[in-house]
Design a protein around this ligand. Structure first.
Ligand code: F3S
Length: 292
């Protein structure tokens, strides 16, 4: 059985940076906290907790120590609240998200109507809007774009993980909604690259294993695009979920992982699959001998 890794998989730049910052905080003096789970991966969150970095729900939960802001970012009020309390802030907001926040702020400052393309309830989208005093109109699809009123000047900022395809079709509609349309291309290509690599691989293997948190949107999407091209796909969080019978008569297995899946989990999965491959090969030889 051949195991093939996708060309692009696992931690993206922003997540890697955030986890490294949290690791550093764990090794330094004083207590550290992350505002919300650092990433959508329970194993990483658990490992940090065992090193003394625990997630908190809100700034009010602590009175001292270091507070780490995760890659999705937060609004300006959180910085102010933490500073007022004298907390040390470690800002792990992904630079791509920071750029989107600043672009949204400038759209409002320049007197334009702000439209944010993204999921209303996603923490990143909320944080972008907070930098624009919550004055952005958040839309997710073509239907809501059609409903927008015609305005003099419009600025568009996009959730970093938004689909490029959807972006193109919504922009076509928005072009009819304002003569002065300024588009900030804030989509980050890490997600798209992972999806493209997963699809390329899924088309050429018997089975796909997608590794990542069950609550991770981008990992779920990876599994979905693999299934969409007709490849049998299993989404697992850790190697313990792998089942020997999945690999019966399988010759090629593709592996990919969401942007919040650490390398050590991916390695464990691959090692377990190699063990399975050896087992299945040994069983096959036994049967062959019996048949003769
Ligand atoms: Fe940043 Fe892109 Fe990752 S926005 S957190 S590098 S998916």
């Amino acid at each position: 059985m051949e195991i093939i890794l996708a060309e692009n998989y696992g931690f993206c730049y922003g997540v890697k940076r955030a986890v490294e910052m949290a690791d550093e905080a764990a090794n330094s003096e004083g207590k550290s906290y992350t505002l919300g789970p650092i990433i959508h991966n329970p194993q990483v969150v658990g490992r940090l907790e065992s090193k003394g970095v625990s997630p908190i729900q809100e700034v009010a939960d602590i009175d001292e120590g270091t507070m780490i802001i995760r890659s999705h970012g937060v609004g300006p009020a959180i910085y102010a609240e933490a500073e007022e309390k004298g907390l040390h802030i470690l800002d792990a907001t992904c630079p791509h998200v920071k750029k989107a926040q600043q672009d949204a702020k400038s759209v409002i400052e320049d007197g334009m109507t702000l439209v944010i393309l993204g999921e209303k309830n996603h923490p990143e989208v909320k944080s972008i809007n907070l930098w624009a005093n919550n004055r952005g109109i958040i839309i997710e699809d073509e239907e809501s774009a059609e409903k927008l009123q015609i305005v003099e000047k419009m600025g568009v900022v996009v959730q970093t993980t938004f689909s490029q395809f959807k972006f193109n079709s919504i922009i076509e509609i928005l072009e009819k909604k304002s003569k002065n349309l300024k588009i900030f291309k804030t989509i980050c290509n890490a997600t798209q690259e992972r999806q493209n690599s997963a699809v390329d691989l899924a088309r050429n293997v018997d089975l796909m294993i997608v590794i990542g948190g069950k609550n991770s949107g981008n990992t779920n999407r990876l599994a979905e695009v693999c299934r969409d091209v007709g490849c049998t796909t299993y989404h697992i969080e850790t190697s313990t979920e792998l089942q020997l019978e999945w690999f019966n008569r399988v010759q090629t297995v593709g592996v990919t992982a969401g942007a919040s899946t650490p390398d050590w989990i991916i390695k464990e999965v691959i090692e377990t699959m190699k063990d399975f491959a050896e087992l299945l090969a040994a069983e096959g030889q036994e049967e062959f001998k019996k048949g003769n």
